[in-house]
Design a protein. Sequence first.
Length: 419
Amino acid sequence: MQEIKIPELAESITEGTIAEWLVKEGDKVEKGDAIVELETDKVNVEVNSEFTGVVTEIISAEGEDVSVGDTIGKLDENGEAGASSGNEESKKEEEAPKEEPKKESAGESKQEAAPEQNNGNVIASPAARKRARELGIDLSEVQTRDPLGRVRPEDVTAHNNAPKNESAPSKPAKKEEPKSEKTEFDKPVERVKMTRRRQTIAKNLVEVQHNTAMLTTFNEVDMTSVMELRKQRKDKFLEKNGVKLGFMSFFAKAVVGALKEFPLLNAEIQGNELVIKKFYDIGIAVSTDDGLVVPVVRDADRKDFAGIEQDIVDLGKKARDNKLSLNDLQGGSFTITNGGTFGSMMSTPILNAPQVGILGMHNIIKRPIAMPDDSIEVRPMMYIALSYDHRIVDGKEAVQFLVRTKQMLEDPYDLLLEG
């Protein structure tokens, strides 16, 4: 018998939450097969089996927190598929009817067969199913407070301990009970556990506010030239490169150019030293159902527009599919976030520690603008924001960085010539 343990995942990851078991008790697995998906602070990780055999027991259910080295299940290298949980469980199932001989009746004997028939249509963790089998409970009758409707072991136990009513009409009423709680003012609320990733995001944002001297400076960009250039080149660009020409590649190129002129915005603090980075790995914030993640476009200074756009598409898809690796998220030197995709006109982006600079893009709005000859023209304008750590970057450098970014975006042809 071999133990299924949480292996060493990465230097910065020591614990996680079991998101989904990819096998069930009785399944045959080969060495190297993915058997469980673990949600960590940063990414979801598939844990592979270190042995070939049959899963005989699942110890840690979905939703449970586990640490590196914890035993979460057992596997029999000599077992046969279909042997769900070994001799011990078989004995329990045989002994279960004997424990309560007084309750046996023709009507209830029929009901004991129902759980196995109905349970297959219920979303439940393996531990919950095992508990239901031991107690002879139909999972379809168990109430759960999980927002996704998944039945957990504690729900089965609560159902078993709840007072039983003799009359049949009480069952439908039990199913219609609301899952929400009431406040002291008798107002409905819903209690949902934060995901591990959301907890980490919250913790990191608070730490940034406490541990940095963060300030934000604003400017506005006339997007006329960028939009005209995209209109002229988008069809040929797509035909040649197989990817659309978006706004983000223009901003990435402009940011790299400005970082080369103001290198302190491409640095970080380590102890009493400044680490000024000589590479340009640009983080691109991506919104997912589990929160904001920041995958990194590596060596953005060496990539052309097509290379940057392709990286953004690939990383965005991986983020939404929960397929990002730790390497995709680590090591960025500066971040760009685009609140404009959600309609934001202006915002203050929060630093992505340990980086000391982040550029915020916003939506494009047509506004009347006074031109150099004092005429008034309606132009597509975007507010941009730079948040920076004042411990490293002075206000003068921050403002000049943002002005330089603005200048390059308003004359984007030089960006194309550079790459």
